[in-house]
Structures are given as C-alpha cells and as structure tokens.
Design a binder for this molecule. Structure first.
Ligand SMILES: Cc1ncc(COP(=O)(O)O)c(C=O)c1O
Length: 352
C-alpha cells in the first residue's frame, strides 16, 4: 500500500480542533467567543431582500460594497481594504502570500492556535517566543527573522492587550510582515488601525464574527497599505464572499447603534464577571475582549471545573496546550448566562 498520498508536512500535522459546537441549543455556550446578542434587525431584513433571483449570478469578486462601508466607518480608503470569508480565510491568504517552505513564522505563545496549523500547511518553520508571566510581549519577537509575525491583539486566550506604541515599535524595527489580528479589538480601549499609515509592513485583521454577532455569516476584512492589499487580492478565490454575506455585512456595519449597544453591554458584563471570579479566588487576567481567562489554584483543577460545568450544560473552554493546563477561558454571555455560570462555579468551589 502506498504510504500516503499527502505531502509529508500534511501527513505529520494535526488539524485545527475548533471549540465544541453543539447544534441542539441545550447548552449555555461560553466556549467560542460568539456574541450572545442577535445581529442587528437590519441584517435580517437585508438578508431576506437578498434572497432573490440574482442568486443565479456570481457575487462581486471584490465585495466592493463592504469595502466602501468599512472605509467609511473606519476612515480609510476602499483600496486599503480586502474582504475575506471570515478573518480565518484572510489568515490563510496571508500565509500563502508570505510563507514558503522553511520560512519562519513568528508569534508569541500562547496565542490563537490556528497560526501554527497554517504554518504547518505551508511547511513553514514555527518560531515562538513565550509571553512573559503577565502576558506582556517579549522584545525578542523582532529578532527572530520571521517572514511574518502574528500578533493577536488583544490576545486569545489571555484577553490581554499589547499597547499600540509597542506594536508600532515592533513594526518599525523589523522587515517582517506584521499581522495584527484584531478579532476582539472592538471590546478594547484602543486599536492599531492608525499605524497602517506609518508602516508598509503592517496588516490589520478584523471580523464581524464577534462584535457584530455574525459568526454564522463568515465575514472578515484586512486593512493595509495598497501594495500589500493588491498583492493579497491575487491569492484569493475569485468569488470568496457570497451575495448574502455581502448584504449582511453592509447592513451590520451600517447599524452602528446596535453594534455600540451590544459592545457596551458585553464590556459591562465582562467587568462584573472579572470581579466575581476574583471574589471566587481565581487569578483573573485583565481582559480587553469578550472573554475572560482565569488561572486556577492547584487544588482547584481547571479541567475538572470545565467537566463539571459541562455536565451541568454550561460550556467553557479548556485548552489542552502547554502552559494553559491550569487555565480556563470563559466567553462573556448575557447577564443571565453569567449569573448561571457564577452560581455553578460557586457551588463547585464550595464542594471542592
Ligand atoms: C484570534 C482570532 N482570530 C481570528 C478568528 C477567526 O474569526 P473569523 O470568524 O472571522 O474567521 C478567531 C475566531 O475565534 C480568533 O479567535
């Protein structure tokens, strides 16, 4: 029998394992950082209108309407925007653009697990630098000679944020392409968008999956100087964004009021959750996202808490990766969901 049809690096690698996605709705789902609130009603209206005979035609290959809306809202130019089928697709496009066999892919650890998978697919060489204990960024990140540096900012799973000045310094000191993955930045106090003007090697990634409640539509975008964007456009599938996603994205971006209200609610609940978790005796990392990471004391095992909550139909994220064994990541849900979580966590704590 032929040993394998696959390239060696594909055969060796382990595929990405997404968080559990039960489809029956019986769980309180605090494991994959979705938004607990529904998308803008305008999205649902736009989708209904877009379900028409035009579906027989291919969509706009550049998703121009989305680019224009993003440019208007964020104060940039449509030529600096590229739209993707989720920001995950943009990460794939980026790595295909800049990383060949053996090229270094650099990022601080622990962070978004997909960066490693994408690098493995390209047969790149992963080169990580551990975050400091408090999740501040190690300076050595610039000295590794990466073709690319991924900075998830705010970071997942820690929820912590590296300052915009620090990111700017890194971008200035290196010739690597720097990808600032801002999937969660709408929940933070600052963002790196203004750095795009100064740094021709910088790409910002955003998504509508979290702050706009559209994880199910798959819509992300990249912002960078024109040279990078036009090069990246060569690598994408011709029609990567379908007609319905374009309609939904334009409507979601157009309803800034709903967006701001939902973000404000989540930020408020996040602060309450952080305080309550501290009172329960956990170490809580300063979150700038829609999730909170906690560290459990040694007699209070993280995996055990995850399993006991799951038995009670509450899903949070336990990440089986080195350095995260005693940590749990909890998505900020509605006030009611967080009440239920805290009640159960209190019971688990008192019974252990
Ligand atoms: C850090 C980070 N980047 C990117 C993504 C992907 O987002 P999207 O739904 O836009 O593909 C996620 C999703 O969880 C994420 O956590």
């Amino acid at each position: 029998m032929q040993s394998s049809y696959f390239r060696k690096n594909i055969e060796k690698m382990v595929g990405y394992v997404p968080g559990e996605q039960p489809q029956d709705g019986e769980y309180i789902k605090l494991n994959t950082n979705e938004n607990p609130y529904p998308p803008s009603p305008k999205v649902l209206t736009a989708l209904k209108e877009a379900v028409n005979e035009k579906l027989r035609l291919y969509p706009d290959p550049s998703a121009t309407a989305v680019k224009e809306k993003v440019a208007e809202i964020l104060g940039t130019r449509p030529e600096r925007v590229m739209v993707g089928n989720g920001s995950d697709e943009l990460l794939t496009i980026i790595i295909r653009c800049f990383v060949g066999k053996g090229d270094k892919v650099v990022y601080p650890y622990p962070t978004y697990l997909l960066y490693k998978i994408l690098s493995d697919i390209q047969d790149g060489t992963v080169c990580t630098v551990d975050f400091h204990e408090d999740y501040s960024l190690p300076e050595e990140i610039v000295d590794k000679g990466g073709s690319i540096i991924f900075l998830c900012n705010p970071n997942s799973p820690s929820g912590t944020m590296t300052s915009v000045d620090e990111v700017s310094n890194i971008a200035a000191k290196t010739e690597s392409v720097i990808v600032v993955d801002e999937a969660y930045v709408d929940f933070a106090n600052d963002n790196c968008l203004r750095l795009v003007d100064e740094h021709p090697n910088l790409i910002i990634l955003r998504t509508l999956s979290k702050s706009y409640s559209l994880a199910g539509m798959r819509l992300g975008f990249a912002i960078a100087q024109e040279g990078l964007i036009s090069g990246m456009m060569k690598v994408k599938d011709s029609y990567n964004i379908d007609r319905l996603s374009i309609a939904a994205a334009v409507a979601a971006l157009g309803d800034q009021e709903t967006f701001r209200e939902n973000v404000a609610k989540i930020r408020g609940t996040r602060e309450r959750l952080m305080d309550a978790l501290k009172k329960l005796g956990f170490s809580v990392y300063r979150s700038q996202t829609n999730f909170v990471m906690i560290k459990c004391a040694n007699n209070f095992a993280a995996k055990d808490i995850y399993e006991r909550l799951k038995e009670q139909k509450i899903l949070i994220r336990y990440i089986e990766e080195p350095g995260l064994e005693d940590c749990l990541r909890i998505t900020v849900g509605t006030e009611g969901e967080i009440d239920a979580l805290l009640e159960k966590m209190g019971q688990i704590k008192h019974s252990s």
